[in-house]
Design a binder for this molecule. Structure first.
Ligand code: SF4
Length: 104
């Protein structure tokens, strides 16, 4: 299985992503469901006041070409985002399975 993590645009200025990567490496928290998964992508939305994924179809195509079919909505989105459901539905509409969370 090949997975990706969607993170909050705002948090990319403050965070290296190490919490997500360590949790994946340890297969804990939201990643405890995997025994044999590859984390291939780590990306963010367009930002709060912009259309969330406008112009990002090439990224979704890139993910699909690489076999990524599951996207985690990272902990920072759970905490920060008032558009959580909108993001989740958009990713599902694009054909991805969506998993809530990353690290605790
Ligand atoms: S829309 Fe949500 S995920 Fe995107 S930058 Fe804003 S708070 Fe973060």
């Amino acid at each position: 299985m090949k997975i990706g993590v969607l993170v909050c645009n705002k948090m990319t200025y403050d965070c290296t992503g190490i919490g997500c990567f360590k949790a994946f490496e340890d297969r804990r928290d939201a990643f405890s469901i995997y025994q044999d998964a590859k984390l291939l992508a780590f990306f963010h939305c367009n930002g709060c006041n912009k259309p969330l994924f406008e112009g990002m179809d090439y990224k979704f195509e890139q993910l699909k070409r690489s076999g990524v079919d599951t996207l985690h909505m990272a902990r920072c989105i759970e905490v920060e985002c008032h558009r959580y459901d909108e993001i989740k539905l958009t990713l599902e509409d694009k054909g991805f399975q969506v998993v809530k969370g990353s690290h605790s």
